[in-house]
Design a protein around this ligand. Sequence first.
Ligand code: B12
Length: 331
Amino acid sequence: MTHVVSDELDLFLAHIGRTDEVGALTLVRNLLGKGVPGDEVLTDLVIPALRAVGERWATGEWTVAREHGASHVTGRVVHLIADATPRPSSASRIVVCCAQGDWHGLASTILAALLRVRGIEAMVLPPGTGAGELARMLPDSEADSVAIGCMVSTALPGARAMVEVARRVGVPVLVGGPGFGPDGRWAGMVGANGWARDARQAADMLAGPDWPTITTPAPRLRHLPDATHDGVALLRTPLVAAGMAAMVPIEDERSETTLRDGLVTAVDTLAVSLFLDDHVLFVDFTRWFADVLTHRHVPRQALAAAYRAFAARLAHVPGAGATLRMAGAVL
Ligand code: B12
């Protein structure tokens, strides 16, 4: 059945690329009407489409507005499928949420629908739910576990805060999403009980004999508490201004916006890199951001100049200079 779904990918992308809600919903209703299971539509059509949307934004082929329109329509489709997914009558109940600071709520809705298909009762919290709210709702939720998704690594400190509150009341936490790094590299630092690559693996882990029913508080991070992370994040505005000033003037207004937004993310990523005590995060981000800029005809040397401006202002922050130098070396 899979090829029936993936054959529709180009047409689905054409619909969402025109913000054609009716076209996209009709296409998906037709597939469901033909008996294609909702989880297959999610894994073989919706997720590949979302990845393609991200790619088209990153290469500059689609504007931010077009990407937002496509994401919005895809959100309608995801809700249509999620609503049509039967609720399992399972004994196991999980709360699914985004890491605090991560706005990719669609991913949580998709994951919850895929878990339901595999017999796990999943309850989704909207993005923007912070550690405080999670702490308040968990005791009454009857949840056996919490699943935290993270698409952008800048939200890892937020994920850490949420893991801490869940584990403090004994509820184990499973995490996933590319924000946790290749093969879930940062899941342990965040204090999660486990990391899963996808919904299938998540369901297997949650139902498996090794998944804890109750857990201890999250282990302390060996290099924390340390004010470095907060210190860098608090300097975000002057750092971005210095970075912009250090770069050659950018003619194209769209590129300038991408650059400014990207430098904000760069400062936040640097702060998280220091929080995790792992320069790999910032170096990987730099490779990705340099590619985004190249597609917008901004030379990599411009980013290198911005990093030198950051380093000059962060001379007092342990580790910042070395991390910026390592990232500068890939430019
Ligand atoms: C839609 C979207 C948005 C929307 C989100 C709307 C919404 N309601 O969700 C909006 C416009 C808000 C947005 C904002 C941003 N976005 Co965005 N976004 C996307 C996009 C196109 C789709 C995300 C999605 O839902 N994917 C579907 C998920 C299900 O796919 P998946 O990751 O492959 O999921 C599998 C596994 O990862 C895993 N999994 C996923 N979650 C979880 C959770 C758990 C618990 C488990 C166990 C497993 C698991 O299982 C899944 C199934 O197999 C992605 C592109 C992409 N590749 O995904 C970019 C993307 C994630 N965004 C990106 C960026 C940069 C941003 C912004 C920083 C842009 C900006 N300058 O403002 C902001 C960040 C905002 C924030 N702080 O969160 C980048 C991140 C790159 C990076 N290196 O960090 C991406 C990858 C785009 C790209 N190609 O560069 N975004």
